[in-house]
Design a protein around this ligand. Structure first.
Ligand code: ATP
Ligand code: MG
Length: 557
């Protein structure tokens, strides 16, 4: 409980109250993903909240696969979920849990409900059940199967379990109240027949418990104290409590709801993300443009930035949309502090320094971080030919252009001032090379003749530079709310969300750089080697994020 200066969010207040009045002695939370896709930004919020609460209050947090729907689940997702939680910086208590670990117990409790006259096998079809259920303004009708005897129900449920019925032929429902104003309490189904193999239990079961039935009881079995979920489950809370009250469970967990994280310019729904992957609009779940944790990791986002973002977005019960620039800000903040600087020319133009001897090479010293000396320095070779950005040279320009202009001076970062003397063009009139002169004795000094350089540009020594590929990523969608109001999010994909540049020129130090290091390429942005495609022979850098938000400007224009 170190940073107590921050105001508590409403869940922290509940937890502190429960601890101080002795209602709970140790906080025990859980993160319960369904392994039917990769985790996304919204899950990061839930992970941060559940694991963070446990951490802050000296408790523990379980990781539980909510695997009650075998049809859509897969072991690949089970593995990715674990990797993502750990990458975010958290560790679950004990082994990974599965709701399916409790199928025997859940089945026994279903028998308990039947034996106590609180559950029955119902033969209504799904459609008939809907009709019987009523609406928000109309009470429901009792199922004609509601008054089956305990013996009859036990026999039928056993037949469901042993596979004697087809899918949909019948289901087990709890007997609560068909006239309840809360539709969730109108005899909800707790077991369905599903003849599907399960990734954990194989073919042992052909009936599977509903989410509502499995979830609270799994919480009780694990001794969860605070079961945190998103607001859409608020109306399910009475049902959660009904099960806890009507079953001989070993503990009494409580459910608390907070508003889900929604972020503009993106989609956070596993179904839609899966569609992007399946239809190959992106290059897999870990495509660096995806709002999945795997994608954000490959893109080079940091776990700290994601946690900071979750904190900034806050924990409330008010539905809202968070601006994606808040996430981008969190990343820039972290990287500005922690990324060493390097130089890389993305769109190279050669500059020949006419007055610099061809036989000479010297080394200049570059600072690895302008604000933090602890990052140290590095040497940069300097010789007669260098690369600069095409954009950084003009034959003529007004005073706002503080880069290299014919007849004018500019400083090369950490090196000399140079003055451009001639632009060499090809037959089409494109500038292919610039001739310039080094102004003597200007290493770390202004020139003796008093003619200062107006700006500073980055550069790379041509003789020692290494070629690399650079992938510039941008937002995946151009619309602020790509899937709002029934819109098809595929209609709003940003055609420029990935721009690949080849033949970029990196300073030689990057040739043997650590694959996990994020660099600031001076004046360009933050970059990291692509975990999958970058090799020492073919360096590939992903742009994590640009130095400044260019979207705000274009939105104003
Ligand atoms: P999706 O809508 O993408 O299918 P889900 O809610 O079905 O997500 P689960 O695997 O069931 O996905 O979610 C695991 C946990 O993460 C749940 O406790 C859920 O409430 C939480 N969660 C999912 N999306 C968000 C979000 N956008 N904001 C906060 N928590 C979320
Ligand atoms: Mg879910």
């Amino acid at each position: 409980m170190s940073e107590t200066t921050k105001p508590l969010n409403f869940i922290e207040r509940i937890v502190e109250d429960d601890l101080s009045n002795g209602k709970v002695t140790q906080v025990h939370t859980r993160f319960p993903p369904e392994p039917n896709g990769y985790l996304h930004l919204g899950h990061a919020k839930s992970i941060w909240l559940n694991f963070g609460l446990a951490q802050r209050y000296g408790g523990v947090c379980n990781l539980r696969m909510d695997d009650t729907n075998p049809a859509k689940e897969d072991e690949e997702y089970v593995e990715s979920i674990q990797r993502d939680v750990q990458w975010l910086g958290y560790q679950w208590e004990g082994k990974v849990r599965y709701a399916s670990d409790y199928f025997d117990q859940l089945y026994a409790w279903a028998l308990y409900l039947i034996n106590h006259g609180k559950a029955y096998v119902c033969d209504l079809s799904a459609e008939e059940m809907r009709q019987y259920r009523g609406t928000l303004t109309e009470v429901g009708k009792d199922s004609p199967y509601r008054n089956r005897t305990v013996e009859e129900n036990l026999a039928l449920f056993e037949k469901m379990r042993s596979g004697e019925f087809e899918e949909g032929a019948c289901a087990l429902r709890v007997k609560i109240d068909m006239a309840s104003p809360n539709i969730n309490l109108r005899d909800p189904v707790i077991y369905r027949i599903k003849k599907a193999s399960h990734h954990q239990t194989g073919d042992k079961w052909c009936i599977y418990p509903s989410y509502d039935y499995a979830h609270g009881q799994s919480d009780a079995i694990e001794g969860i104290t605070h079961s945190i979920c998103t607001l859409e489950f608020e109306d399910h809370r009475p049902l959660y409590e009904w099960f806890i009250a009507n079953l001989p469970v070993p503990a009494t967990p409580h459910q608390y709801e907070f508003s889900r994280l929604n972020v503009n310019y993106t989609v956070t729904s596993k179904r839609k993300l899966k569609q992007l992957v399946d239809e190959k609009h992106v290059d897999g779940w870990d495509d660096p443009r995806m709002p999945t944790i795997a994608g954000m990791r490959r893109r080079g986002f940091t776990p700290k930035a994601l946690r900071d973002f979750c904190e900034m977005a806050g924990v409330t019960k008010v539905e809202g949309v968070v601006d994606i620039s808040m996430l981008e800000h969190a990343i820039r903040e972290d990287l500005n502090t922690n990324a060493p600087r390097a130089m890389c020319v993305l769109q190279p133009l050669k500059v020949v320094l006419l007055n610099y001897p061809d036989t000479k090479t010297e080394t200049v010293l570059g600072h690895n971080h302008p604000q933090n000396e602890a990052f140290g320095t590095r040497t940069l070779p300097f010789s007669r030919e260098i690369w600069i950005e095409q954009d950084d040279f003009r034959e003529e320009a007004n005073k706002q252009f503080k880069r290299l202009v014919l007849g004018k001076r500019v400083r090369l970062r950490s090196a000399y001032i140079i003055e451009a003397v001639k632009a060499i063009k090809d037959e089409q009139g494109n500038i292919v090379e610039v001739h310039a002169n080094v102004i003597e004795d200007t290493l770390g000094k202004d020139p003796a003749d008093g003619v200062k350089a107006k700006g500073v540009i980055h550069w790379v020594d041509a003789r020692s530079s290494v070629d690399c590929e650079v992938r510039l990523y941008d937002r995946l969608f151009t619309d602020v709310a790509p899937d709002a109001g029934g819109k098809n999010f595929l209609d709003y994909m940003n055609p420029n969300s990935l721009v690949i540049l080849r033949g970029c020129k990196a300073e030689v130090n990057l040739a043997h750089s650590d694959k996990d290091t994020r660099y600031q390429f001076e004046r360009q942005g933050y970059f990291i080697q692509d975990a999958q495609d970058s090799t020492p022979d073919h360096l590939v850098f992903n742009r994590v994020i640009s130095l400044k938000d260019t979207w705000e400007k274009s939105a104003e224009a």
